[in-house]
Design a binder for this molecule. Structure first.
Ligand code: ADP
Length: 214
């Protein structure tokens, strides 16, 4: 069953949409023998700091070694569960096209489809979300607010860098297609329409048979 790769800027609403998709798919597969998995940095306790090139001393490890380790964990988690009975939603930045290619190849090796769900959000809006989280953390540190279990913010430099490094999906490539998009403003009805189209393409009647040599 499909591997659904969520992608988008940091704090653009990926986890929110991934949870909505999870709920939608739970309804679709409730009466069958399929299993549903939602894998994310948070589910694997991967900290936002792994993406922070400035946080790693360059003389001790290669600049993005921690990010590579994180990708290895995510890859292992996907590989462990992906099968013809398991639907996997991978909620994360997934911003490197070579990484999305690798995930596509993994699905193909399992003879199961993959697709991309891109979360469209302006950088300004996404930045506001991160800023609110930075402000809330600062208020906790000053003792003005109780700590909550909410997602941790990205340090500002890390956030800026991730937006700068983001490699837009290209639906003309095999590994970025089929490509589905939801934007911040899309309401529940629009999200449901998109999830239906996604389901039809990768699990319903429109599903393409995956041949290993394609
Ligand atoms: P990401 O997973 O990309 O870091 P989140 O899903 O955690 O982003 O979303 C960040 C914040 O924005 C959350 O507080 C969430 O409630 C809010 N949010 C996300 N998507 C939307 C949306 N489409 N409309 C309104 N608020 C949203």
């Amino acid at each position: 069953m499909p591997l659904i790769v969520v992608t988008g800027f940091p704090t653009s609403g990926k986890s929110t949409r991934a949870k909505q998709l999870y709920d939608y798919l739970s309804g679709r597969v409730a009466d069958s023998k399929h299993r549903l998995h939602l894998i994310s940095d948070d589910s694997l306790s991967i900290s936002r700091t792994v993406y922070d090139l400035a946080a790693v001393p360059a003389h001790t490890r290669s600049a993005n070694a921690s990010e590579k380790d994180a990708r290895a964990s995510l890859y292992g988690a996907v590989k462990r569960v992906l099968s013809d009975k398991d639907i996997v939603i991978l909620d994360g930045l997934n911003y490197i096209k070579g990484w999305r290619y690798q995930l596509h190849c993994e699905a193909k090796a399992m003879r199961t489809p993959s697709c991309i769900l891109q979360i469209g959000c302006t950088p300004d809006r996404a930045k506001e979300v991160n800023q609110a989280r930075l402000d809330a953390r600062a208020a906790v540190e000053r003792g003005e607010k109780e700590a909550t279990d909410g997602p941790e913010p990205y340090e500002q430099g890390n956030w800026d860098n991730l937006v700068f490094r983001y490699e837009e999906p290209n639906p003309m490539t095999r590994w970025d297609s089929p490509l589905f998009t939801l934007i911040w403003e899309d309401d529940e009805a629009q999200a449901k329409k998109t999830f239906e189209a996604l389901w039809d393409a990768v699990a319903g009647d429109g599903r393409k048979v995956v041949k290993p040599n394609q």
